[in-house]
Design a protein around this ligand. Sequence first.
Ligand code: GLN
Length: 242
Amino acid sequence: MDLRIVVVHPDLLGTYGDGGNGVVLLQRARWRGIEAELVDAPSDHALPGGDLYCLGGGEDAAQTASAHRLREDGTLAASVARGVPVLAVCAGYQTLGRSFAAADGRPLPGLGLLDVVTVKGAGPRPVGEILAEPCDPGLPVLTGFENHGGHTARGVDAAPLARVLSGVGNGDGTEGAITGKVIGTYLHGPVLARNPALADLLISWVTGAPLAPLDDAEEQALREERIAAVRVRRQLRRAGRS
Ligand code: GLN
């Protein structure tokens, strides 16, 4: 097996459909003839070894339980120390940070794998489409859907994943964070279905070789439709019609 993709705690971090990221990675690997398997890793078992880990979004209480289990278990931190790539979305992103907010706003320890701190945001909960320009010039614009109460501040060791064009993201004009091969993002969608180039970046980090191009006409049509939806909504808002 060349690529073992592990979806972490789908029983706790499965609320927003981010398990689809694992399916996208599996399929894009197989389409290239890479032998791959997808493993769902429930929270009541030790986290299995893998070549690529995906964490999804979840509600506050479930996120707290997942973070506690991952800290106890230690496998994710040990894997990151060995250079294994991780994609973490929303609750998963916050969990990888130094600390995040419990349901009542108390700070709880994260895994410390990304130099970010998340607190409860003061304003309305950001819910809606988000567009962001990646800081990596090799990636096209990122499209996704955000739904979170937390605001995330980056420390010096975490670079932003992208700059927000429309939406909120971290809350300071940036979106997500990246350190080495660990990516955190607020983008649901699932993010890899909407941004196949990001999926390919993660796979190439494991295989260590550039990937053969795929026919992404359908994915491209989805991207164009979602990006246009944001632009149209902004125009309507500017015209005072939404
Ligand atoms: N519970 C976290 C928050 O509201 C994460 C939400 C999510 O994963 N979508 O910020």
